[in-house]
Structures are given as structure tokens and as C-alpha cells.
Design a binder for this molecule. Structure first.
Ligand code: TYD
Length: 215
């Protein structure tokens, strides 16, 4: 059976990921596509309990990592993989790249270790497309409006996050699309729709079983 596309949204705080993911989900649903819109941390039942624990108290960097990974594995097994296997598109607001970038480039944990642990946590699931909304940190921080301990980090932390995302995107240019967060929400959506049409919808029209096939 054809597996549906798995699309993740990444970027610094205040970049506009959540709004873009929601408007893409609305657009897909209007065309009759089944969509699961979800997020991390907090996408699994366990994660709903973990999210405030992760966001609202000081934690050691590894403790933070293990909580995020526990949420990711549970979320992947409980919600994301079953949806994809049923042909439901999954749009996820932050996923494994957030861990590489925030815990790796941001907190300084080893990137190879994080890649290995992410492979375990995701059951080796990799997004078909990762939408990176890039935005200068000084603009992002004036927009961020959900105070948590990540947003409270110094500007240098957020600069490392931005640079980390750009480096990861350069390492995986086929998976990432980079959009500018200085665009209006309407332009961002139109640009993303063009990418989605080209990568997934045209392909499906030409070949109804195109895409990744589960074994
Ligand atoms: P959230 O309120 O969802 O932020 P945003 O609206 O920017 O997505 O809070 C999630 C925070 O958790 C965000 O600051 C990034 C951080 N985070 C990590 O550090 N590592 C991760 O793996 C994930 C998923 C999130």
C-alpha cells in the first residue's frame, strides 16, 4: 500500500511554522486529502504529559533529551506511522531535526549521538519533506509569544539554532525546502503549495502508487 507523505516543519521560535502547517492542512483537506496535523513535543498521549515538564522547568540537557526522545518514539509508533500506513498525510510541527538543532547545535550535545538516538526514536522514519522557515533571530524574537525556557535563552543560542538549521538543510538539500519567514503568511502558503504540487500531487496523478511503499 502507498504510504502517505510525511512533512515536518522546522525553524526558530516565531518563524511562523505553526500557522503555515495549519494552513497547509486546511488546503489539503479542502481537496479531500486526509491529514493528521500534529506536533512535538506533545504529539503522543504520553507527550501531552511530558510537554509541560519539558518546557517549564530547568533540566539537565540529557534529561531534556531523553524526555523529548520518549515523546518522539511514542508519537511515531502510536500516531505517525499508523496514519501514514492508512494513507493519511502527516504534518508535524517540529520533529527529529529540532533535537539535532536545539540539543546539538544549541545545547552542545554530540551530533552523531543525537543522529543515532533519533534513528531509534523515529524507528528510522525520515520525513519526505522538511519545511524550514528561516528568519533572522532579531525578527523572530520580537514575534515569539509563547514564553517557555527555550524562548528565554540568549540571542546567541537562537543564532546557533538558525545556523544549525541552515547547515542541516545544506546537508540534505533533497529533503529540505527553505522558505523565508519574512514573507506574508499568504505568500509562504503559496510557495509551499507549489512545492507540494510538484513533489507529491503531480506525481500521484501520473502514478497512483507513486511514493514510498511500505514492505
Ligand atoms: P513550542 O511552544 O512548541 O515552540 P514553537 O512554537 O517554537 O514550536 O515549544 C517547543 C520548544 O521545544 C521549542 O522551543 C523547541 C524545543 N524543542 C527542542 O529543544 N527539541 C526538540 O526535539 C523539540 C521537538 C522541541
Amino acid at each position: 500500500m502507498a504510504r502517505a507523505p510525511f512533512i515536518t516543519f522546522e525553524g526558530v521560535e516565531g518563524a511562523g511554522k505553526t500557522t503555515l502547517a495549519r494552513s497547509l492542512a486546511d488546503w489539503l483537506q479542502r481537496q479531500g486529502t486526509s491529514v493528521l496535523l500534529t506536533r512535538e513535543p506533545g504529539g503522543s498521549d504520553l507527550g501531552k504529559q511530558l510537554r509541560p515538564m519539558i518546557l517549564n522547568q530547568p533540566l539537565d540537557a540529557y534529561t531534556e533529551l531523553f524526555l523529548l526522545l520518549a515523546d518522539r518514539r511514542q508519537h511515531t509508533l502510536q500516531r505517525i506511522l499508523p496514519a501514514l500506513e492508512q494513507g493519511i498525510w502527516v504534518l508535524c510541527d517540529r520533529y527529529a531535526d529540532s533535537t539535532l538543532v536545539y540539543q546539538g547545535y544549541g545545547r552542545g550535545l554530540d551530533l552523531d549521538l543525537l543522529r543515532y538516538l533519533n534513528t531509534l526514536a523515529t524507528n528510522a522514519l525520515c520525513p519526505d519533506l522538511t519545511v524550514l522557515i528561516d528568519l533572522p533571530v532579531e525578527i523572530a524574537l520580537t514575534r515569539a509569544n509563547d514564553p517557555n525556557r527555550f524562548e528565554a535563552e540568549a540571542a546567541e543560542f537562537h543564532e546557533r539554532i538558525r545556523a544549525g538549521y541552515l547547515r542541516e538543510a545544506a546537508n540534505a538539500p533533497d529533503r529540505y525546502v527553505i522558505l523565508s519567514g519574512t514573507e506574508t503568511p499568504e505568500t509562504l502558503l503559496a510557495n509551499l503549495q507549489a512545492v507540494i504540487q510538484q513533489r507529491f500531487l503531480n506525481l500521484q496523478q501520473e502514478n497512483p502508487v507513486a511514493g514510498r511503499i511500505t514492505e
